[in-house]
Design a protein around this ligand. Structure first.
Ligand code: COA
Ligand code: ZN
Length: 294
């Protein structure tokens, strides 16, 4: 499949970590299977974090194992530290995504580490992954890159500096995340433009939350500076439980609709996504579903 844009669906991780319901492992597998059938090339299926803190994702090893039986998808799992990376590598995940906060306050709340300690963990995770037999890809994500709901302002220069440092540490891919939906299109163009210039050929993925309704505007601004990879979730589920006020990711249906109507190929079947959204509402009642096109 020729695609101009790669979308990674993050609902089974970003969406579930904030959900009221603990979803059955079998339903997660149906969800992931339906996403793959709709043409999603990458799916973040869970996280290897403390199960007592995020019980919704305690079954991630099993979910990864089932996802690996689906042909043609990249199976992604979030890991906050070396212990999480060991678990993800043992489960066979194709790609690890490691969050590092640009905000000190969010770093302490989310992963209980100073940002410097978190970067140290990144180095250990890269070493573990790159020496593992199946050599999973390591994506490092800079969380709260556009602002933080605990600390407030986040320095743009600091984000660019971190991006360079993480690539130097060996990150295969870099994700820039607006964890709490603080970004606007001018800021997006400026910040991502600088990041792209500084880090060279390492792929950059943009991760937006639609907390204040600017998620898709920020996707459009990212396109202007050459970004071609985005995270999104069907139904716009999502939100970090350790960042107050965070709401859902950008809605995958709206994102696919916008990109396709702008002339980009996503390889994703919009009608299948809309149908999946209805199934999700039955699996996860009482969640906040966003989006327009469905
Ligand atoms: N998976 C499972 N257990 C883990 C773990 C992981 N990735 N990392 C640490 N642990 C366990 C340790 O083995 C230890 O267990 P023990 O007491 O039985 O020996 C215990 O947790 C404490 O270990 P420590 O290294 O001190 O970790 P911590 O308590 O400071 O927790 C995190 C750090 C990051 C693992 C934890 O804060 C966490 O899971 N946060 C969730 C973050 C998240 O999901 N955010 C949203 C997505 S970005
Ligand atoms: Zn997120």
């Amino acid at each position: 499949m020729d695609r101009d844009i790669t979308i990674c669906e993050v609902g089974p991780r970003d969406g579930l970590q904030n959900a009221r319901t603990i979803m059955a492992t079998a339903d997660k597998h149906r969800w992931i299977g339906a996403l793959a059938a709709a043409g999603l090339p990458e799916i973040e299926v869970g996280s290897f974090v403390r199960p007592d803190l995020v019980p919704q994702l305690a079954d991630t090893a099993e979910v990864v194992g089932q996802a690996l039986t689906i042909p043609g998808i990249v199976v992604v799992a979030l890991v906050p530290n070396a212990k999480g990376a060991e678990r993800a590598i043992a489960a066979g995940a194709h790609k690890l995504t490691v969050p590092v906060s640009a905000s000190r306050a969010h770093s302490l709340s989310n992963v209980r580490m100073e940002p410097l300690q978190a970067v140290e963990q990144v180095r250990r995770i890269i070493e573990l992954a790159h020496t593992a037999p199946h050599r999973p890809t390591v994506e490092v994500g800079i969380s709260t890159a556009f602002g933080c709901s605990i600390q407030g302002h986040v320095s743009e220069d600091r984000v660019v500096e971190m991006a360079a440092e993480l690539v130097e540490a060996g990150a295969d891919e870099l994700l820039i995340a607006d964890t709490v939906g603080y970004g606007n299109p001018a800021q997006t163009r400026r910040l991502l433009g600088k990041v792209v210039t500084v880090i060279g050929t390492t792929p950059v993925i943009a991760h937006f939350h639609d907390t204040r309704g600017l998620g898709l505007a920020n996707v459009a601004a990212s396109l202007d500076v050459g970004i071609r990879r985005f995270d999104a979730s069907v139904g716009g589920l999502g939100g970090c439980p350790f960042a107050p006020g965070a709401t859902g990711n950008i809605d995958a249906e709206d994102c696919v609709f916008m990109l396709e109507s702008m002339g980009f190929e996503t390889g994703i079947d919009l009608i299948a996504l809309a149908a999946l959204r209805e199934r999700l509402k039955a699996w996860l009642p009482g969640e906040r579903y966003s989006g327009h096109v469905a």
